[in-house]
Each structure stands twice: as structure tokens, then as C-alpha cells.
Design a binder for this molecule. Structure first.
Ligand SMILES: Cc1cc2nc3c(=O)[nH]c(=O)nc-3n(C[C@H](O)[C@H](O)[C@H](O)COP(=O)(O)OP(=O)(O)OC[C@H]3O[C@@H](n4cnc5c(N)ncnc54)[C@H](O)[C@@H]3O)c2cc1C
Ligand code: FES
Ligand code: FES
Length: 501
């Protein structure tokens, strides 16, 4: 057992033994380290002004991830290397190639936003496949994705993208200064990895950083009132927005055996509770290709770098994006309390708003997503006000298992945003099962949707809008080609009739 966390900030090694459990990295950097280059904008993970770089050894390799310091807790840095905007200049004072390109291309935003943009761009410039950014459409997409979590566009977006391309081209030819230090930084991080559980005590409370799932299970069984924190992208907001104090935090991501992600011999995908969306992304995209575009729109790069797939289930938000997708795919949740384990179908985990089938001291060990049956028809559609970095108004995730003769053998339709919990549309599923994919079947399923749900009106969408969209998403499933064709605009009148009865 260790009683302090250790990490590097720039070239300074910090050992901290007494930390308020919920102290954010942003507050610590600005108030206690005078590193005021990292800015506070929204303080809720949205604007990207507080973006910093966290370097960690992942399977022995040093990997840099941009995260939002405002919702990252200081103890999360144990064993890591932190870089803030103050660390970017070279020993001779030279600007980092990204900074230089921002100057050359007139990419600067205001003083709040620029450091955050620069840090996201530097994170991108450390990627090993940087050469792929040059002159390809995919490169443009990767840049846009990397910058989606830096929201402000006051002084224009194009110069920033140009600066990123210029910096990337420079780094491909001359090397990226942080990557050039990989061997040295990896060696000093390796020296910090002792595999021990950590227990921090302060007048404000405790933080337990279990090294294994056994240690986590024991700690949580002993204190079921403790708060589990995985990526903290939700819990961080309890602290910064609701000003909650958390007297005992138990970390999830420090348990090394919860980081497993693999495909089993039967084709099912296992995702452990410590796996982030960024880590899971290539596996999820290969496993559920229809969900790829939606998965890339969960939060931002910074959010997905910290947020876990299982935290997305654990928070039980009615508008979380992962749960309906995994539900439609028939996922099962693996729960554990002390040494007791049980498995529940994902849809059975969500009971009602704010209530889940989970006992005191019980936690999610992982989620198992079975392979889709051959020939399944799948669609996953996220509808939100803004394309990137926005919470869904409605999300529909659909799997139709088809028989050889073209009838729908099984239908799994799951929605987010339509009720107090993510849930399946059982009446619409019944309307589809055993039917051919005809316009009549579609209309019957759309009519059944209004029996399935009585959605709420809130700031994201009205009840009418949600009901209409939920029905329309089935049109996309039945007629995917219709999406992009101006000649096949959905007949809104029909959907209004469906929505209003
Ligand atoms: C700016 C921003 C944008 C976002 N955009 C989206 C979005 O587009 N779509 C979306 O779905 N979500 C979004 N979110 C919400 C959030 O990022 C996700 O729900 C995320 O996956 C939560 O994971 P986490 O690891 O950060 O959870 P944490 O914050 O660590 O935990 C969330 C909850 O789950 C519990 N928990 C965590 N791990 C376990 C476990 N193993 N067992 C039991 N309980 C556990 C915690 O106690 C807590 O109650 C956004 C958040 C932010 C800040
Ligand atoms: S201050 Fe806006 S994302 Fe952190
Ligand atoms: S608020 Fe900073 S550039 Fe818009």
C-alpha cells in the first residue's frame, strides 16, 4: 500500500499525500502551481479551454491524450506525465511547431481559447500516423475530430485547420519535439509503476486507488457509501456545477485487470470497466459498424479520452448514447459485489429514472456485447442540436435479424431520450416481428412507437419532436438511401399523423 500519488508536471516530480478527493486538476494547476496558461471557460468539459496533455504508458508505450483539466481530478494523474501549455517551448525558447504554425496562419483565438486549441493540436501532432493527415479526406476528418472539443470559433476555423496541417507536415519531416523525448519520458514513468494500491487521506476525505479488481471489490464492499469514479466526466460535474463534496472516492480505472478489451472465441466483445471510449473505439467500430458515426460523436476527443464505456452505463442517463446501442445489440452487464457475481441483460439494469438494479457495494466489472447475427439489418442514429459534442435529443439503435425468406425474425429497437431510462420499444418490435420489410410494416411499427413512449418536453426537444423523430428514424432504417436524396424527402404529414394519432 502506498500513501501518496506521484506524477510529473513538466520535468518536476510531485508526490502528493494529502488531497481533497474532488480537487480538480484545473484548480490545482491555477491556484497552487501558478500554471495559469490553462484556462477556465465553462468548467464542465464543453469548451476545451482547459485542455492539457496526459502521457501514460499503455502496453509499454507512451501515449498522449488530451483531457479537460476542469473535470479531471488531481489523483487521476498517479503514474502519469502532465504537460500544460507552459511546457511547450523548447529549451532555447523556440515555439512548438503547432504554436509557430498558429502564428504563421493567423490561427489564434482569444487568450482563453488559444491554449486549449494548441494543446489539442499538440496531442494530435504526437500521433504516430501523422503522415496520414497530409492531403487526404481522412486527414481532414481526423483534424476536425481532434478539434471538436474546442468549441469557440470566434475568429474562424479555417486558419486553425490550416495551422494544424502545416504543423503536421513540419513534424512528419523534422520530428515532433515531445515525441523526440519518448525514451527518456517512458523510462521515468516506468520507474513510477509499482503496482500498489494507493490510499490518500486528507482532512476533507479519502481516495482509494485500487490496483486490482479484488482490491476494488473489497474497498467498495467495506464502504458502499463511497463514490466510484471511472473517467469522472460525469462525477466531475457534480463537483464543479453542484459543488458536491465526495468524502470517499474509489477509483475504477486504476484496477489494471479492468482494462481488458477483447473478442472472445464466440465473437462477443468484452469491455472492462476501466476501458475508455477512445480505447474501445476501434473494437466497437469493428464490432458494430453501424454505430461508428454515432460513437465518434460521443462528447469530444477530450471527453472520450477519459470517459469509460461502463461509466456511460453506470450513470444511467436517459440520454446516454452507449446504453441504447449496446441494448439493441443484446449486451449483458457483469456485476460484482465482494466475491458475488451476477449477469443481467442490459435493459434489465435500468429500472426507472435514477434507479438501477444494483445493490450497495456492487459495481460493473464489464459489459459483453454478442456478435450480430449474420445478415442483420442495423441502424444507429443520433439526433442532437449540434453535430459534434452535444447530448442527444433522441437516439435510435436498431437491429433486425432477418430470416432467409426476408421476414424479420427478431427486432430489437432501443431508444435514448424517449423515457426516464434508455429502453426498448416493445410494441414496435412486436409490429415488426414475423413481417416483411414493406411500407405497411413500417407504418405499423411507427404507429406502435407512439404506444411505446410518452416522451417529455425539455430544453433539448419537445415531446412532439421526440415522438416524430423516433418514428422517422425507422424510415432511415427501412430506406437508408432516402437520407441523402432530395427527391425522397420524408412525408412529414404522415409522421405528424403518427405522432398525434
Ligand atoms: C462535455 C461532455 C459531453 C458529453 N457528451 C456525451 C455524449 O455525447 N453522449 C453520452 O452518452 N455521454 C456524454 N457525456 C457524459 C459522459 O461523458 C459519459 O456518460 C461517460 O461515458 C461517463 O463515463 P465516466 O467514466 O467519465 O463516468 P464517471 O463520471 O466516472 O461515473 C459516472 C457514474 O457511473 C458510476 N460508475 C462509474 N464506473 C462504474 C462502475 N464500474 N460500476 C458502477 N458504477 C460506476 C459513477 O459512480 C457515477 O455515478 C458527456 C460529458 C461531458 C462532460
Ligand atoms: S473549462 Fe471548459 S472544458 Fe474545461
Ligand atoms: S471566446 Fe475565445 S475565441 Fe471565442
Amino acid at each position: 500500500m502506498r500513501q501518496h500519488v506521484s506524477f510529473y508536471v513538466g520535468d518536476t516530480l510531485h508526490h502528493l499525500s494529502s488531497l481533497p478527493p474532488e480537487l480538480t486538476l484545473l484548480d490545482w494547476l491555477r491556484d497552487q502551481q501558478a500554471r495559469t496558461g490553462t484556462k477556465e471557460g465553462c468548467n464542465e468539459g464543453d469548451c476545451g479551454a482547459c485542455t492539457v496533455l496526459v502521457g501514460r504508458l499503455e502496453q509499454g508505450h507512451l501515449v498522449w491524450r488530451a483531457v479537460n483539466a476542469c473535470i479531471h481530478m488531481v489523483w487521476m494523474l498517479d503514474g502519469a506525465q502532465l504537460l500544460t501549455v507552459e511546457d511547450l517551448r523548447g529549451p532555447d525558447g523556440a515555439l512548438h511547431p503547432v504554436q509557430q504554425a498558429m502564428v504563421d496562419e493567423h490561427g489564434s483565438q482569444c487568450g482563453f481559447c488559444t491554449p486549449g486549441f494548441v494543446m489539442s493540436m499538440v496531442a494530435l501532432s504526437t500521433r504516430a500516423d501523422l503522415a496520414a493527415l497530409e492531403g487526404t479526406l481522412d486527414g481532414e476528418r481526423i483534424i476536425n475530430e481532434a478539434l471538436a472539443g474546442n468549441l469557440c470559433r470566434c475568429t474562424g476555423y479555417a486558419p486553425i485547420v490550416r495551422a494544424m496541417k502545416k504543423a503536421a507536415a513540419y513534424c512528419v519531416r523534422h520530428g515532433e519535439p515531445i515525441s523526440a523525448r519518448t525514451a527518456e519520458l517512458s523510462a521515468r514513468l516506468q520507474a513510477l509503476q509499482d503496482g500498489k494500491t494507493v490510499e490518500l487521506h486528507s482532512p476533507q476525505g479519502r481516495v482509494t486507488l485500487p490496483a486490482t479488481v479484488e482490491a476494488l471489490a473489497t474497498a467498495y464492499a467495506q464502504d458502499p457509501a463511497a463514490v466510484l469514479v471511472a473517467g469522472g466526466t460525469d462525477v466531475g460535474l457534480w463537483v464543479t456545477k453542484r459543488l458536491r463534496q465526495l468524502p470517499h472516492i474509489i477509483a475504477v480505472r486504476t484496477a489494471r485487470d479492468l482494462h481488458k478489451i477483447h473478442t472472445r472465441p464466440d465473437g462477443a466483445l468484452w469491455i472492462g470497466a476501466g476501458v475508455t471510449y477512445t480505447e474501445a473505439m476501434p473494437h466497437l467500430v469493428a464490432h458494430l459498424p453501424a454505430a461508428a458515426d454515432t460513437l465518434r460523436r460521443i462528447g469530444s476527443t477530450q471527453v472520450r479520452n477519459a470517459a469509460t464505456v461502463c461509466g456511460n452505463i453506470g450513470n444511467a442517463s436517459p440520454i446516454g448514447d452507449g446504453p441504447p446501442i449496446f441494448m439493441a445489440a443484446g449486451a449483458q452487464l457483469y456485476l460484482r459485489c465482494g466475491t458475488d457475481r451476477r449477469v443481467v441483460p442490459l435493459e434489465a439494469f435500468f429500472l426507472e429514472y435514477g434507479k438501477q438494479d444494483i445493490r450497495p457495494g456492487e459495481f460493473i466489472e464489464g459489459v459483453l456485447i454478442p456478435p450480430l447475427p449474420a445478415g442483420s439489418v442495423c441502424g444507429v442514429y443520433k439526433v442532437s442540436k449540434r453535430f459534434d459534442q452535444d447530448i442527444s435529443a433522441v437516439l435510435g439503435a436498431f437491429v433486425l435479424v432477418m430470416a432467409e425468406d426476408g421476414t424479420i425474425q427478431q427486432a430489437r429497437l432501443a431508444y435514448g431520450g424517449m423515457a426516464g431510462i434508455p429502453c426498448r420499444a416493445s410494441r414496435a418490435e412486436a409490429a415488426l416481428t414475423g413481417q416483411m420489410r414493406t411500407p405497411e410494416t413500417l407504418l405499423a411499427a411507427q404507429a406502435a412507437i407512439k404506444e411505446d413512449f410518452t416522451p417529455l418536453s425539455d430544453m433539448r426537444a419537445s415531446a412532439w419532436y421526440r415522438a416524430t423523430v423516433a418514428a422517422n428514424l425507422l424510415v432511415r432504417l427501412f430506406e437508408p438511401d432516402r437520407d441523402n436524396s432530395p427527391h425522397h424527402a420524408p412525408t412529414l404529414q404522415n409522421w405528424q399523423e403518427v405522432a398525434h394519432g
